[in-house]
Design a binder for this molecule. Structure first.
Ligand code: ZN
Length: 301
């Protein structure tokens, strides 16, 4: 009997991270591949997976955690395709078909759904039924894991594009979202911060108004998600949230938005909100760990 391998891909706008794990879940090889054209990038991923198997091993499953939006309807003629995306060349790319050469099931989900799943299985959401993972970086996205299953419906959550109330000191900025202008992503993603202030949060002094303004918007997302989905863990990752001041700002703003409904604002109940709104337990590994969880979750699919 051959040794079983699991292939994992975290497909991002600037790089694809590939990893291979054995049946025990031990990752023994990984690489990063620059995101160039779909043909070039996907061929490099296939080459890497090929290089990691031999006569004694075979892939049992491949998991892909990808930027979206994606068609995740199994049975659809465009299952695993990227839908219209602002990323040049990548709209309508079939992310699954190139991996058909390995003859194993291929499981694809959004990067944030996969990260929510990984955090629920192995990270900050262990033991929780409802785990939401938000990333705030080049864009803003959110994924949901409910009892070990990621949330799909008509498509998948796209919570970065919700409408938000303006901060009083931020009435004039038009926003950067190509679809909506001043949706949450258009006002609070990394490029929106640079467009407004000229630099990233890390380059601004501690008390700069940017922290107040950006967290005003992210706090609205946090409060909305708490009201909509009642997560036991609401995990904030991504480059903007890697600033050490941001998590406390977002907790504080979420508490103000909720204004004593569900959780209090008088300080006594804030520890409860501190336990809900947290950083990723897996650090920067949530995405690739999620892809590996998807690879192992292919049985019967
Ligand atoms: Zn938008």
């Amino acid at each position: 009997m051959k040794n079983l391998l699991y292939g994992a891909i975290e497909a991002g706008g600037t790089k694809f991270i590939c990893a291979v794990a054995d049946a025990q879940g031990h990752t023994f090889a990984s690489t990063r591949i620059a995101t160039t054209s779909p043909q070039e990038t996907l061929a490099a991923c296939v080459d890497f997976f090929n290089s990691q198997q031999n006569d004694e091993s075979v892939y049992a499953g491949i998991g892909i955690a990808a930027f979206g939006p994606l068609d995740l309807h199994r049975g659809s003629s465009t299952y695993g395709h990227i839908l219209a995306t602002p990323k040049p060349q990548w709209s309508h790319t079939d992310l699954v078909a190139p991996f058909g050469v390995f003859g194993c099931p291929v499981n694809i989900d959004t990067d944030v759904n996969a990260a929510a799943l990984a955090e629920a299985l192995h990270g900050a959401g262990r033991g929780c039924d409802v785990v939401v993972y938000i990333t705030v970086g080049t864009g803003i996205g959110g994924g949901v894991s409910i009892k070990g299953q990621t949330l799909h419906g008509a498509m998948h959550p796209e919570m970065g594009h919700i409408g938000v109330r303006r901060h009083p000191q931020d009435r004039d900025f038009a926003g950067t979202c190509p679809f909506h202008g001043d949706c949450l992503e258009g006002l609070a993603c990394g490029p929106a911060i640079v467009a407004r202030y000229g630099v990233s949060l890390d380059e601004l002094p501690d008390k700069h108004a940017a922290f107040e303004v950006v967290s005003h918007y992210l706090g609205q997302l946090a409060a909305t998600v708490i009201l909509l989905l009642s997560p036991e863990r609401l995990i904030f990752g991504g480059g903007v949230m890697s600033n050490p001041r941001m998590l406390d700002y977002v907790r504080c703003k979420a508490a103000q938005q909720l204004n004593g409904y569900v959780v209090g604002v008088d300080g006594a109940l804030l520890p409860a909100l501190d336990a809900v709104i947290v950083s990723p337990g897996l650090g920067l590994q949530s995405g690739i760990a999620g892809a590996l969880a998807l690879a192992k979750d292919t049985a019967g699919k």
